[in-house]
Design a protein around this ligand. Sequence first.
Ligand code: SF4
Length: 216
Amino acid sequence: MVEDRAAALAAIADEVRACRLCRLYEGTTNAVPGAGSPDAQIMFIGEGPVFHEDRLGLPFVGRSGDYLNYLLNLIGLKREQVFIANVVKHRPPDNRDPLPDEILACKPYLDRQIAVINPLVIATLGRFSMARYFPNGKITQIHGQPKFEDGRAYYPLFHPAAVLRNPDLRRGMEEDFKRLLEVLEQVKQQRAAQTKPDAAPAEPKPPEKPTQLRLF
Ligand code: SF4
């Protein structure tokens, strides 16, 4: 039930706010556990909070957030219909990249959020979330190419901040976004095909008439 999912996500968020499992909480204003619909069919995973996210405790609220809103709007979606999280829940100092041990320490929170929401599509935003599902992938080569696995699609996208820094990526990003709903539809069809009952068993054949044994 959606209420149970919301309660489970709220419990994870409370744990995140109290978490001291890695150094990243030091010097932060707020943890950024993630936000959105507990029932989301599409989940976005970014890297980590930056300045505005840290101030507000919400993911993607600065310029990157505005651009993400624009992209969602392009395909007729609103923030409230998706769930947005990050691989680390506290802001790395000076917006540096999260370190491997920090990503590892924070991983159980993200794993649990995914398990609760059970989205049909996980869209990764940037290198660090992409590496969870495409360990050897290069974003410039694999962006916009979904991987279908275990009844779900993993869909690698550029990070919105990278697109804002490099407008040459903008067209590709927007084309990838426009394909997102097709990918979602493909997953739905795959799941429906898997749950379809097998073809009705054939009517049992009537027993054959016993053949008269030839005695002579
Ligand atoms: S980044 Fe994750 S693991 Fe590190 S303190 Fe914050 S919630 Fe805990």
